[in-house]
Design a protein around this ligand. Structure first.
Ligand SMILES: Nc1ncnc2c1ncn2[C@@H]1O[C@H](COP(=O)(O)OP(=O)(O)OP(=O)(O)O)[C@@H](O)[C@H]1O
Ligand SMILES: [Mg+2]
Length: 265
C-alpha cells in the first residue's frame, strides 16, 4: 500500500530489556523502523507495547540494550532531549489540558521550537518585546495550519474537555504534530473510538505520513486498522517479540495466532 519511498533505518532498537522489580516488561527486544514507514506494534494487554514507547522517548530507562536515531545512540536521555532530536508522541491516556482551548493545547507542542525565553515572554522585556511578539505570531501560523490540516477549525477556541473523545484524540495528535517530529510515536490513537472516528483517525495518520513524510510507530489493538495502514508489524507478548514482518506474514504466524486466541473476534 505504501506510495512513499521507504528509506534507510531511522530508529534502531537493539536488545532492550526492562524490568520493574520482578516484573519483566520487556525482554531482549530488537527491531528497526525505516524512514517514512508506518510501523505497528501489536500484542495483547500487558505485552509491553507502551513500555517500549516509554523506552524510546526516555520516560523509562531500560536496564540493557540500546536505541539509536539515525545512527546516534541515546542512552539515559530525558524525554525533552529525545523530543529535541525529533521524536514526538501521543499517550494512551490523553495528556491534554482539559480547561484550555484546542488552539492553546496545540500551542504547547510548540514550546520546543520557541527561541525567545520564557522570561522575555512573560515580562515582555525591552530586548524581548519585538522578538517575542513576532515569534508568537509565527508559532500561531504553524498551529493554525495544523488545525486546518486536522479539520478542527470549528473548535479552535473550545476547551478541550468539552469535545467528544474522538476529537480530543485528534487534538492530542495536533499537539504532537506541532513539534514537527521526524518520528511520531502513537499509543493507541484509535482506542475507544467508534468506527467512523477510527476511519477519520486512520486517514489522518496516513495523511501525516504521506504529506510530511513523518515516520510513524503505531500501537493499535484494532487488527483491521493495523492490516490496512501499516507497512510492517512487530508483535509483542509477555514482553517478548514473537513476530515481525509484513502484515500478511504476521497474520499467518502461528505463534501470533495462538497469542491472540480468545482475544480476536
Ligand atoms: N511503571 C511501571 N511500574 C511497574 N510495572 C509496570 C510499569 N509500567 C508497565 N509495567 C508493567 O509492565 C508490563 C507491560 O505493560 P505495558 O503498559 O507496557 O503493556 P501494554 O502492552 O501497553 O498493555 P495495554 O495494551 O494494556 O496498554 C505490565 O505487566 C505492566 O504492569
Ligand atoms: Mg499500553
Amino acid at each position: 500500500m505504501a506510495t512513499r519511498p521507504i528509506g534507510d533505518v531511522i530508529l534502531d532498537v537493539r536488545n532492550i530489556s526492562l524490568h520493574f522489580g520482578g516484573v519483566k516488561a520487556l525482554t531482549d527486544i530488537t527491531f528497526d523502523v525505516r524512514e517514512h514507514e508506518i510501523r505497528a506494534i501489536i500484542g495483547p494487554n500487558g505485552a509491553g507495547k507502551s513500555s517500549m514507547l516509554n523506552c524510546i522517548n526516555g520516560v523509562y530507562q531500560p536496564q540493557s540494550g540500546s536505541i539509536s536515531l539515525r545512527g546516534k545512540t541515546f542512552r539515559h536521555m530525558k524525554p525533552r532531549q529525545v523530543a529535541e532530536m525529533g521524536v514526538a508522541r501521543t499517550f494512551q491516556n490523553l495528556a491534554l489540558f482539559k480547561g484550555m482551548s484546542v488552539l492553546d493545547n496545540i500551542m504547547t507542542g510548540r514550546n520546543l521550537k520557541m527561541r525567545t525565553n520564557l522570561l522575555q515572554q512573560a515580562f515582555r522585556m525591552p530586548f524581548g518585546w519585538g522578538a517575542a511578539e513576532r515569534e508568537e505570531t509565527e508559532q500561531r501560523i504553524v498551529v493554525e495550519r495544523i488545525i486546518d490540516f486536522l479539520e478542527i477549525q470549528p473548535y479552535r477556541k473550545t476547551p478541550v474537555g468539552q469535545l467528544p473523545y474522538g476529537l480530543q484524540k485528534r487534538v492530542d495528535l495536533g499537539r504532537a504534530l506541532a513539534m514537527e517530529p521526524q518520528v511520531l510515536l502513537l499509543d493507541e490513537p484509535m482506542a475507544g473510538m467508534n468506527v467512523e472516528e477510527k476511519q477519520d483517525m486512520s486517514r489522518f495518520v496516513l495523511d501525516v505520513n504521506a504529506e510530511f513524510g513523518t515516520t510513524i510507530v503505531l500501537i493499535e489493538h484494532d487488527m483491521g486498522v493495523v492490516m490496512d495502514i501499516s507497512d510492517r508489524v512487530v508483535v509483542l507478548d509477555y514482553g517478548r517479540k514473537i513476530g515481525d514482518g509484513l502484515p500478511d506474514e504476521v497474520r499467518a504466524n502461528p505463534e501470533v495466532i495462538s497469542a491472540y486466541l480468545g482475544t480476536v473476534h
